[in-house]
Write a new protein. Sequence first.
Length: 278
Amino acid sequence: MHEIELRRAAFGDRPAPPPDVLAAAGPPKRRLLGAIVLGAQGRYAAATTLLDELARDRDPVVAALALATLASHRRQLGGHAVARGLDGAALRQAVTAVSEPDPDGLDARGALADALLGLAADHLGTGRLTASRRVLDRAAAAVDNWRTRTRLGWVTAELALASGDGQAAVGPAEVALDEATAAGSIRHTVKSQLVLAAALGTIGQKRRAGELVSGALADADKYELSSLSWPAGLIAADLWPADADRHRSRTAAVLHAVLLGSDPGGRRLAHGSPWVPV
């Protein structure tokens, strides 16, 4: 499969190809894109196999992007402390790297932003809000493409929510949704819808929050985005108490499938995390 098609699956509107196509051999950037799509599907074991090798690549940009991607997968399974070590390693690779610019941020500047945004999210997940805010301020200076601007909006909104300020979370979540929608990225749009729905839910705007979650659930199912489907189910359960049991049951089924597709280390992180309802 050509790189441009894999980019559309990772960052656009193309449904994911079969797992064996995603895991196939090829140039480093092609394998990185395959790992990104596999992670979005919750196929963490297959993604980790690719990323472990790419993290040792002689090109520091490739290595940094692979480490930051693996860190994001660990965070998705609740392993924020483990992710912090990976993001730190990504930062060490990215801080002196140089490359030609890439439209989706798969370049030196994007790798630097990914590592910093990842570290901010890692600190947030372990309750270190001051450290998260400090790293986030540094990350903002490195952001220069739609993907990292979207991620900056996510982490900024999540930090505001963790600080108890739902109103402050709405603005950056709206920016993230605008960026993802303009870029035509289904996966980033779904995640942005969920972040914005969570923010709106805390300030009583349940109707729009519900519309966003409904759209996110539909697209997560259509595009097999299992890594986002189960968090969407948890938000839906909070928004619609009358249907909470149904949403939690569905979430449990999706998460069970995700854990079956995870490597042993990922499963251990999920079982030990307060963030993952296993």
